[in-house]
Design a protein around this ligand. Structure first.
Ligand code: HEM
Length: 410
């Protein structure tokens, strides 16, 4: 499908199906498929039993025995997204296995070939991405029930008990809480075009209020994710093979490429939600330094192409920030600042979370000399491969500097 033909410069611009954004769940895949067609049973059987297969040491042998399957029997977007999720889980488990430093550097051809073909078709990299493990990895227990943590579950698990469920579902619920703000974007562009300050002010306040709700959901992470399990278990399975000393050359996808390829691991930095509002509000992360900007741009290549196109289409829209500045109206500026403040609060809170879930557990790790099996370098890195605190503080401070009025938040 050709993406990105509609533009917010057209007054009739809507967030159509073209951008794969749903009214209710935003960037998440609405009601993901839970089972692949029968021909793909061999993949499903492994993906459904990953923790047990890893525990009893059979995972790699089972993967090596897989038949070579063609992806031609996966018609349509939802079966393809499910297959990408399934193959992503299997690949991460195959590479990292028990997460004890015994890594595989070659992905066997029987999985590498269909995985890379499918990835090419979907425009995603052949590694587990946020669009897989968060956006397409969920179901409602009672289909008629609400979208709440209690009524939801993930489709596949890594070792680490309920930690994966907590991390993936809370991220998903943050996305869903912010979905109502995405719906307001066309109203914002239309108001700017028609120079309708009243509508713009109200729409901006609606965005701010949705982002505040997203922060409330974020707080649930403490209830559902254990820091030690996150740091010592789950994070290992989300790690990629870019900037990772354990796979410094990358991963060789047998039968696909002659040389190893490097891909960053799964990270919520691959979510479109924060980037979408940065772009809308004219918060230029590029001013925060080359590496932060480069990383965020690179993360776009891990998003579904339709979402990437959506970000680009907002970039090509009229500048909300310039309009608000030009008008010089204190109420309008206040509404704009409410949105920026909501983003700063989200990023502040996120920094606290990263301290609790990565920085503090990393300090409790034995010294490198005491654990020869795991090479250094990963403790201060996110699964996406960044030097986390510097990066996250830069992004937060660029956001804060975009406030129009004096009175910084910290
Ligand atoms: C245990 C919970 C979490 C941890 C430990 C965590 C960790 C990290 C780390 C280390 C990064 C730096 C990039 C990297 O190398 O991966 C990052 C970036 C990011 N994370 Fe999280 N994260 C968590 C939850 C979330 C949630 C629930 C969301 C929202 C859905 C989120 C959204 C983001 C975003 C948007 C970025 C990019 C930086 C920015 O735009 O501010 N994270 N996260």
């Amino acid at each position: 499908m050709a993406h990105g033909t509609a533009s917010p410069m057209d007054s009739s611009w809507k967030i159509t199906e073209e951008y794969h954004i749903d009214e209710d769940v935003g960037f998440a895949l609405p009601n993901p498929l839970e089972k692949l067609p029968d021909d793909y049973k061999a993949w499903m059987v492994i993906a459904e039993q990953l923790p047990a297969l890893i525990e009893n040491g059979q995972l790699r042998a089972e993967v090596e025995k897989l038949p070579m399957l063609s992806i031609d029997g996966l018609p349509g977007h939802k079966p393809q997204r499910l297959a990408h999720l399934v193959l992503g889980y299997i690949t991460m488990a195959y590479v990292w296995d028990r997460g004890d430093g015994d890594v595989r550097k070659i992905l066997p051809r029987n999985i590498a070939i269909p995985y890379c073909k499918l990835s090419e078709k979907l425009g995603l990299p052949p590694i587990l991405v946020y669009a897989d493990c968060v956006l397409a990895n969920w179901k409602k227990k009672d289909p008629n029930g609400p979208m709440t943590y209690e009524n939801m579950d993930i489709l596949f698990s890594f070792p680490g008990g309920n930690c994966g469920k907590g991390f993936f579902l809370v991220s998903l619920l943050v996305e869903i809480a912010a979905a109502s703000a995405i719906k307001v974007i066309p109203i914002i562009f239309s108001a700017v075009q028609h120079q309708d300050e009243g509508t713009l002010q109200k729409a901006l306040l609606d965005v701010a209020s949705s982002l505040k709700k997203a922060l409330d959901v974020f707080r649930e992470i403490h209830e559902h994710v254990d820091p030690q399990l996150f740091f010592n278990v789950l994070r290992k399975y989300l790690s990629g093979w870019k900037g990772n000393p354990q796979l410094s050359e990358g991963l060789l996808y047998e039968g696909v490429w002659d040389t190893p390829r490097k891909f960053a691991g799964g990270s919520a930095a691959q979510s479109s939600i924060f980037q979408c509002f940065d772009v809308l509000l004219g918060i230029q992360q590029s001013t925060g330094g080359e590496s932060a900007a480069e990383f965020l741009q690179e993360m776009r290549t891990y998003m579904p192409p339709a979402h990437r196109d959506f970000l680009r289409s907002i970039e090509s829209g009229p500048s909300v920030r310039e309009f608000v500045l030009r008008r010089g109206d204190a109420h309008l500026q206040g509404a704009y600042d409410e949105c920026v403040k909501a983003l700063v609060s989200l990023r502040n809170y996120h920094l606290q979370i990263v301290t609790k879930y990565i920085v503090i557990p990393a300090r409790r790790q034995p010294k490198e000399s005491e654990k020869p099996e795991e090479p250094s370098g990963l403790e201060n890195k996110g699964t996406g491969g960044t030097d986390i605190m510097n990066f996250l503080k830069t992004v937060r401070s660029t956001t804060e500097k975009s406030l129009l009025k004096e009175g910084r938040l910290m």
